[in-house]
Design a binder for this molecule. Structure first.
Ligand SMILES: Cc1cc2nc3c(=O)[nH]c(=O)nc-3n(C[C@H](O)[C@H](O)[C@H](O)COP(=O)(O)OP(=O)(O)OC[C@H]3O[C@@H](n4cnc5c(N)ncnc54)[C@H](O)[C@@H]3O)c2cc1C
Length: 517
């Protein structure tokens, strides 16, 4: 390798995972150089849109619970160190059929790990959270510690701290190729060639390209979220104003890996560094994006107009091993959430409201006459609702910019370089169909919609571990649409793997090798 080492670790990709990795590496004293193809936080990858759910009763698998517990501590620490408000506790509702995936999975995780939660019948949900119109066969798990994270602020916070600890961060400088030999890696970007002892690859939706020679069965998926504006009248206009972001182009060079013969070039876009060529000599095969089956809303649920007063919920008082930042009050706010002290008024949760949608009339004093009140954080926890197998949606309360809603795994395979970055009317129509059925008070004009990328592994678990052929390269990616909440702990794990060659957690379920035939 021809160039002298400039760092202990190079981190390529400084989004959710990479910014956290850069911080935790630098904090441990490593000399870090971080590069990103854009200027993070940005809206070209997987970490934009102003909110992400954090929840603990993890329906995907109980193995995530210890990780998310650590992540809560990481977020708390990040808030304290940077003075930024990153986490808003709203509570979380997991909803779905009793024999589905979400509710039984959340219950299993909560019971295995002794988490606090409540079991709710549909009528309990309707009474306590009156925006919901749920059929009687839906059940729920309420977890009090769930809430929302501010992804852009979180990335900025990790990058700030990384810099404070001496990391050198270079933006608009894509990695073009890399090679590894024993304990040395060489990375070529659009501006230079760097050498270090370790490389952390945290390139999100670009992972299938950057690791193309491995042929990993990762699928990048286009997902749309929309903000429904409950402060204006019923949806006269049902159109979604498209969100336009720059469309990346093509270009780049190729390089062949020395020892395996695998080609580790990436295909950078034309919007990046000065050395980007406009040529199309790109050795990486590009598949045309395919459109998978679109889930549709078929079942017409029956909605009970009159919630009963009976509280059939079951409380489970599990204890958690650490303090809850929300219990002690979050640091002074600096973002739009600062005014909301959501769980400060537990009474607010159970106060019934006027059902403005069903027109059921006043049921209580004081009444809530405005739709936006139904979606205030104290009455509308973050949620994940499994409608039926293959159709799950999720959403956030209105913290000032509308009720944000999206379909989990909306189904269209894509590529970050050819992606349709504009949300269309039909994208929003699919969400609106669910809104009309289950949250009719939010059936209002859409004030904003955005396209964001999942990087899915076939088993929906993460990819986190050393490259199978090059232990000096740590791959941190493919969070299958649920990775943001773990960013602080993923950053720590990447630092442990890079600097110590091992981790305090068993990362076997996340190893790359599981995906290789
Ligand atoms: C709509 C949507 C909703 C979601 N909701 C949730 C949720 O509620 N809760 C949750 O926990 N998770 C959620 N997720 C998943 C979560 O947001 C992602 O798992 C996480 O943000 C991925 O982080 P990342 O660091 O892998 O990718 P990113 O944050 O996208 O970072 C990758 C970075 O790599 C850079 N890069 C790419 N190629 C190169 C290159 N060649 N050289 C240099 N840099 C490069 C990119 O510019 C980018 O900055 C959601 C995702 C989406 C899309």
């Amino acid at each position: 390798m021809s160039h002298p080492p400039i760092a202990d670790v190079i981190v390529a990709g400084l989004g959710a995972a990479g910014s956290a990795a850069a911080y935790h590496l630098a904090r441990r004293g490593a000399r870090v150089v971080g590069v990103d193809r854009y200027t993070p936080p940005h809206a070209m990858g997987s970490s934009h849109g102003r909110s992400r759910i954090i929840r603990e009763a993890y329906f995907e698998h109980p193995l995530y619970v210890p990780l998310v517990r650590e992540a809560y501590m990481g977020w708390e620490e990040l808030e304290a160190l940077t003075g930024r408000r990153l986490y808003l506790r709203t509570g979380g509702l997991m909803l779905g059929p009793a024999d589905g995936t979400v509710v039984p999975g959340a219950r299993r995780s909560a019971l295995e790990h002794g988490l606090s939660f409540e079991e709710l019948a549909a009528e309990d949900v309707r009474r306590r959270f009156p925006a919901w119109h749920l059929p009687d066969d839906v059940v729920g798990i309420f977890e009090p510690r769930a809430g929302m994270l501010d992804p852009e602020a979180a990335i900025a916070a990790h990058l700030d701290l990384a810099r404070r600890h001496g990391a050198e961060l270079r933006f608009d400088e894509p990695l073009l190729s890399w090679r590894a030999e024993g304990d040395a890696v060489e990375v070529t970007t659009s501006r230079a060639t760097y050498r270090a002892a370790r490389l952390v690859l945290a390139v999100g939706a670009w992972t299938p390209r950057v690791l193309a020679p491995l042929g990993l069965p990762l699928v990048v998926e286009r997902n749309v979220v929309a903000w429904f504006d409950t402060t204006v009248g019923r949806a006269a206009s049902r159109t979604a104003p498209p969100v336009s972001t720059a469309s990346p182009g093509f270009g780049g060079s190729t390089a062949r890996h020395e020892s395996t013969g695998r080609d580790y070039s990436t295909a950078p876009d034309a919007s990046t560094g000065p050395d980007d060529s406009t040529g199309h000599d790109n050795a990486i095969a590009r598949d045309e994006p395919t459109v998978q089956d679109e889930p549709t809303v078929q079942d017409e649920p029956t909605v009970r107009d009159e919630p009963t007063a009976r509280d059939g919920s079951t409380a489970h008082d599990g204890s958690t091993a650490h303090d809850d930042p929300a219990d002690r009050g979050a640091p002074p706010g600096r973002n739009a959430w600062s005014a909301a002290d959501v769980l400060a008024d537990p009474e607010a949760r159970s106060r019934p409201a006027v059902d403005i949608v069903a027109g059921a009339g006043a049921r209580s004093d004081p009444p809530l006459a405005r739709a936006e009140d139904l979606f205030a954080p104290e009455r509308f926890p973050v949620f994940v609702h499994e409608v039926r197998p293959g159709l799950t949606w999720y959403g956030f309360p209105d913290t000032g910019d509308g009720v944000k809603l999206g379909i989990h795994h909306s189904g269209e395979s894509t590529d970050p370089e050819t992606e349709r970055r504009e949300a269309t009317e039909s994208d929003v129509a699919r969400i609106r169909e669910l809104v009309r059925t289950y949250l009719p008070a939010a059936d209002r004009p859409v004030r904003e919609a955005a396209v964001c990328l999942y990087t899915n592994a076939p088993d929906d678990h993460f990819v986190l571990g050393p490259h199978p052929d090059h232990p000096a390269v740590i791959v941190v990616s493919a969070c299958s649409g649920h990775g943001f909440k773990f960013a602080p702990v993923i950053g720590e794990l990447a630092a442990e793997l890079s600097l110590e060659g091992r981790s305090r957690h068993d990362l076997t379920p996340f190893r790359i090798e599981r995906l290789l035939g």
